[in-house]
Design a protein around this ligand. Structure first.
Ligand SMILES: [Zn+2]
Ligand SMILES: [Zn+2]
Length: 230
């Protein structure tokens, strides 16, 4: 699939080689990494923070959100793999990973649904990643709508009320507790409405993994309640 579509990126590699004198062997490592990124699989060859950032941006541009999802998933596998063989803490790569996780979610939030929901949507607990040859995930804008409605304009974690939007509703952000790139489900059991502050902390906080566990507990509570009252 990449052979057909990656002219944009190979052209960038060519330009990189000509303009900066990057070796062809480096370029070929990059091509290997690119292939793995598009498959969402582990890539083993080292890549600088800057090149990783560029590649994810190019993939996003050329392959859209589905391509980016695969690339983020590949980077997620690359970081622990690389840490094993080098003393580097990979902080730059981790920062890139967080940045694109957020941009994946933002893509989902930009989707608008026309149907007003009164019922708990079924969602998609096993997102289909094998349509045609490319990897993709079915995103459900109804899930976001449902979660925003369920929150009643308050952070479902701390309870604080969002500011008022032009349409009179209150601002909250929908967060996938287990990220889509980690194969988290796009269902109401994995999506929580958060205030902007808690949302950023969930992605960038030093204690993000502790917060993740707390968010999952909170979601379990919320979903138990909504099931018993439905
Ligand atoms: Zn909050
Ligand atoms: Zn989020």
């Amino acid at each position: 699939m990449y052979a057909k579509n990656n002219q944009g990126i190979t052209a960038e590699i060519d330009r990189l080689h000509k303009n900066t004198g990057v070796k062809r062997s480096t370029a070929s490592n990059y091509i290997y990494n690119l292939r793995q990124m598009l498959r969402g699989e582990l890539y083993q060859r080292a890549m600088s923070v800057e090149a990783t950032d560029d590649f994810l941006a190019w993939i996003h541009r050329d392959y859209g959100a589905d391509g980016l999802k695969s690339a983020v998933s590949a980077l997620e596998k690359h970081i622990p793999y690389f840490k094993k063989s080098s003393p580097s803490p990979m902080t730059g790569h981790v920062a890139i990973l967080k940045k694109y996780e957020v941009s994946l979610e933002a893509n989902i939030e930009n989707e608008t649904a026309v149907i007003d929901l009164l019922e708990r949507p079924a969602g998609n607990s096993a997102p289909d990643r094998a349509e045609k040859i490319s990897f993709f995930i079915r995103r459900d804008p109804e899930i976001r709508k449902f979660v925003v409605k369920r929150s009643n304009g308050r952070c479902e974690f701390c309870g604080c009320e969002g500011f008022v939007l032009p349409d009179g509703s209150k601002y909250v952000e929908a967060h996938h507790v287990i990220t889509l790139a980690k194969a988290g489900a796009d269902t109401v059991d994995n999506v929580i409405a958060l205030c902007a502050n808690h949302h950023r902390e969930a992605h960038f906080g030093a204690d993000a993994s502790k917060l993740e566990a707390a968010l999952l507990d909170r979601l379990a509570e919320i979903n138990k309640q909504s099931r018993s009252t439905a």
